[in-house]
Design a protein around this ligand. Structure first.
Ligand SMILES: [Zn+2]
Length: 139
């Protein structure tokens, strides 16, 4: 299962053993060894048993790993959890539900956009903001 790792726990100027990394993120030592064997986490040259890692190298590795899954969406796009990428919603299924919940400091309200994935057809949701229309004053 893909996990999120809090990179703020890493001290860049420290060295870590595999056991310490496993304890830091609450995972098994084997997972750290998989990073070394298959995903390109590089230990300090010459260290073999136990592996030693620079904190900065670990930080860079996990930051890169995080960036790989990030994608920025345009105004009319959704993130599809089944396709695991950005998709346009079907225009016929599109709807916006406006709520009375305020978010942020600019007085905008929360809205929920809904649609269906154009490829796999599952429901897609996305949060948005809207500015409440102020009714015209009658003089
Ligand atoms: Zn999809």
């Amino acid at each position: 299962m893909a996990s999120r790792y809090n990179t703020r726990l890493i001290r860049k100027r420290r060295t870590y053993t595999t056991k310490e990394i496993a304890a830091l993120f609450g995972m098994h030592i084997r997972s750290v060894l998989q990073w070394v064997a298959k995903q390109g986490l590089s230990p300090i040259e010459g260290s073999s048993s136990p592996y030693l890692f620079y904190g900065e190298a670990l930080y860079d590795f996990l930051t890169k790993k995080k960036q790989k899954h990030k994608c920025s969406l345009l105004e009319d796009e959704f993130y599809c959890l089944k396709c695991k990428c950005r998709r346009k919603g079907l225009p016929t299924e599109f709807s916006i539900t406006k709520t009375e919940t305020k978010i942020g400091s600019k007085g905008k309200f929360k809205a929920i956009k809904m649609s269906k994935c154009e490829v796999c057809g599952i429901k897609l949701y996305r949060f948005a903001t809207y500015q409440k229309e102020v009714p015209d004053r009658i003089n």
